[in-house]
Design a protein around this ligand. Structure first.
Ligand code: SF4
Length: 217
């Protein structure tokens, strides 16, 4: 069960675990490489996403592409999904029971992809990691939660309704570029230390082997 992303896509396409399946045209499981280091989690599919079965393809998706380029990212290198995989009718908020029913798919996607950084887009994906906080207080700030980093951002669609948020989002995504460099540096340091440790272990093992070999003669 759900051994890879393809299996999740198949299960989501047939899923009837919540009321949202009644009105969906296409489910939107998410897309991107299964080893993406960065994962974006939005709210739910909108009109165009429901038609095409792909995440962030409407106006908000165009703005997300602009935001990704501000962070130095290309869409094809990141994984993009939503907290609910089927469109809430009329773009209403997903209901608690719908979020709960769909969470097993998102949780398994996170486990399988194991991203270094999760970027939440909007209130619902933020609440999954940060609980009941105000997005105005924590947006754009990277926090370590468990084994990975999480950054809460406003949803790109919010900037289409409130133009003032556009510059906030552009600022926050430019910070994301710095966070990505920070996490990459941490990973490189860990890898160097791990290589050093492995070479010490090998050297020690060779030292330990020497007396045994000598004793044979
Ligand atoms: S939103 Fe999630 S739980 Fe609900 S029907 Fe779609 S895939 Fe299933």
């Amino acid at each position: 069960m759900m051994n890879n992303l393809h299996e999740i896509t198949l299960l989501v396409s047939k899923c009837q675990n919540c009321a949202l399946h009644h009105s969906r045209i296409k489910s939107v499981p998410g897309e991107g490489p299964d080893n993406a280091r960065i994962m974006f989690i939005g709210e739910g599919p909108g009109f165009h996403e429901n038609q095409q079965g792909r995440p962030f393809v409407g106006q908000a998706g165009k703005f997300l592409d602009e935001l990704l380029s501000v962070s130095g990212l290309k869409r094809e290198t990141v994984f993009i999904t939503n907290v609910v995989k089927c469109r809430p009718p009329g773009n209403r908020d997903p209901q608690p029971e719908e979020l709960e029913a769909c969470s097993k798919f998102l949780d398994r996607q996170i486990e399988l992809i194991n991203p270094e950084i999760i970027v939440t887009l909007g209130r619902f994906s933020m609440a999954k990691f940060f609980g009941q906080v105000k997005i105005s207080q924590i947006h754009g700030i990277m926090r370590k939660i468990g084994q990975r980093y999480v950054v809460a951002m406003y949803h790109p669609a919010a900037a289409l309704h409130q133009p003032a948020l556009k510059s906030t989002l552009l600022d926050d995504f430019s910070k994301l570029k710095k966070y990505i460099h920070q996490v990459e540096s941490e990973r490189e340091i860990k890898e160097v230390n791990s290589n050093k440790y492995n070479s010490i272990v090998v050297e020690k093992k060779e030292d330990e082997d020497t007396p045994t070999q000598l004793s044979l003669f």
